[in-house]
Write a protein that binds this ligand. Structure first.
Ligand SMILES: [Zn+2]
Length: 223
């Protein structure tokens, strides 16, 4: 799968990825980071359409569903409302506060944490979840619980999208929402293998010799 960014929109070959415009956006953005989220929703909710409602007061640039399909809601050169109160220290020591103003937000359709009731896994919405689930403790101490596993199709789409974004912009790093808002947010959580994701993007960037290779050098410690 190969995507490309043209005029701040995601393309697959010559076709533009479906664009469901969200009114929930701010001014100009020069993205330096890519932030991964989960939607905390089931397969029956269309989160891109939710972001299209002004009353939602939230948005993200991309929404990737469990089946691997992707929709764009905000152009990559405009601020989306996905990070909220958040902080990060960049590789050169720059302190970033309110990461909406410096990052692209990518939402992965996923329930997030699940509670066990007898032998069933139940979402926050009270729905029984039949997807593949892992039991794990969140790195920032959210109690041991179940987490819905991200689908292979979804991860492949996310990698292809991240590759295209890294080729188009000077992306310094990829973080989870939980990294920039620890304690307040738990997405994408322990079911998301960030190390493997970043290594894959870096390996792909090496093949394509795009900006990501040098930009993300420090993240895994290799030369
Ligand atoms: Zn989030």
């Amino acid at each position: 799968m190969n995507f490309a960014v043209k005029s701040h929109r995601l393309y697959s070959g010559s076709s533009e990825i479906p664009f469901i415009s969200s009114p929930n956006m701010g001014g100009q953005l020069s993205p330096k980071f890519l932030i991964i989220h989960y939607t905390a929703s089931g397969p029956d909710s269309d989160i891109a359409s939710y972001f299209a409602q002004k009353s939602a007061h939230v948005s993200a640039h991309l929404v990737i569903r469990r089946d691997g399909t992707v929709k764009q809601c905000v152009p990559f050169n405009r601020v989306a409302w996905h990070a909220g109160k958040s902080q990060w220290i960049g590789k050169d020591g720059t302190h970033y506060s309110g990461l909406n103003n410096s990052s692209i937000g990518m939402e992965m359709e996923n329930w997030g944490p699940l509670k066990k009731m007898e032998d069933r896994w139940i979402s926050w919405a009270g729905v029984e979840v039949h997807s593949k689930i892992i039991e794990a403790c969140h790195k920032f101490g959210v109690p041991d619980c179940g987490w819905e596993v991200f689908t292979k199709a979804q991860i492949e789409t996310a990698q292809a999208a991240a590759r295209a974004i890294c080729a188009a912009y000077k992306i310094e790093d990829i973080m989870g929402h939980d990294d920039i808002a620890p304690g307040r947010k738990s997405d994408p959580g322990p079911a998301w293998d960030m190390k493997a994701f970043k290594e894959q993007i870096k390996a792909d960037a090496g093949k394509q010799s795009v900006a990501c290779k040098s930009e993300m050098r420090g993240s895994t410690g290799s030369p």
